[in-house]
Write a protein that binds this ligand. Structure first.
Ligand code: MG
Length: 169
């Protein structure tokens, strides 16, 4: 079993759609970014890549590459996941915490789980998405942006499992 961690943050910006976990959420501001700035999809992507030892989202989809401008980040998550599968891993579970002052995400959490699960070729029971405020503190509390933390667990690959014993190096 492998566990990977992912973190992402994006500033709010006028004139942008707010897309989190592949779901468009009605809000006066969206998030600034080269892609659609879906910080939830980005954090989950980094978590699965981390668990598989495959680097990170910025290395796989560089933000100075015009082909990813305005990219649908749920599609990027799916592309990254296919690399994880190619490397011999199976998806087990992901857990996500979104930290933002507003808007309230509770009405959208199930839809976000569904979209993330689709990208990960799994069912929504294998994905958890939670939201909390930062109790008004700091840059998140002032509504300047959002932060997302994610962990993902993967199983395999069996060929890479250590055969036992201790290494002295
Ligand atoms: Mg990002």
């Amino acid at each position: 079993m492998r566990v990977g961690i992912g973190y992402d943050s994006h500033p709010f910006a006028a004139g942008r759609k707010l897309i989190l976990g592949g779901v468009e959420i009605p809000n006066a501001k969206g998030l600034a970014g080269h892609s659609d700035a879906d910080a939830v999809a980005h954090a989950v992507t980094d978590a699965i890549l981390g668990a598989a030892g495959l680097g990170d989202i910025g290395r796989m989809f560089p933000d100075d590459d015009p082909q990813w401008k305005g990219a649908n980040s749920i599609e990027l998550l799916n592309k990254a996941f296919l690399k994880v599968v190619e490397a011999g891993f199976q998806f087990v579970h992901a857990d996500v915490t979104v930290i933002l002052e507003k808007p309230r995400l509770a009405p959208h959490l199930d839809a976000m789980k569904d979209r993330l699960a689709e990208a990960l070729l799994t069912g929504p029971a294998h994905v958890s998405v939670k939201a909390k405020t930062n109790e008004g503190m700091g840059w998140i509390g002032r509504g300047e942006g959002i932060a997302v933390m994610a962990v993902a667990t993967l199983a395999g690959p069996s060929a890479a499992r250590p055969s036992g014993g201790h290494s002295v190096t």
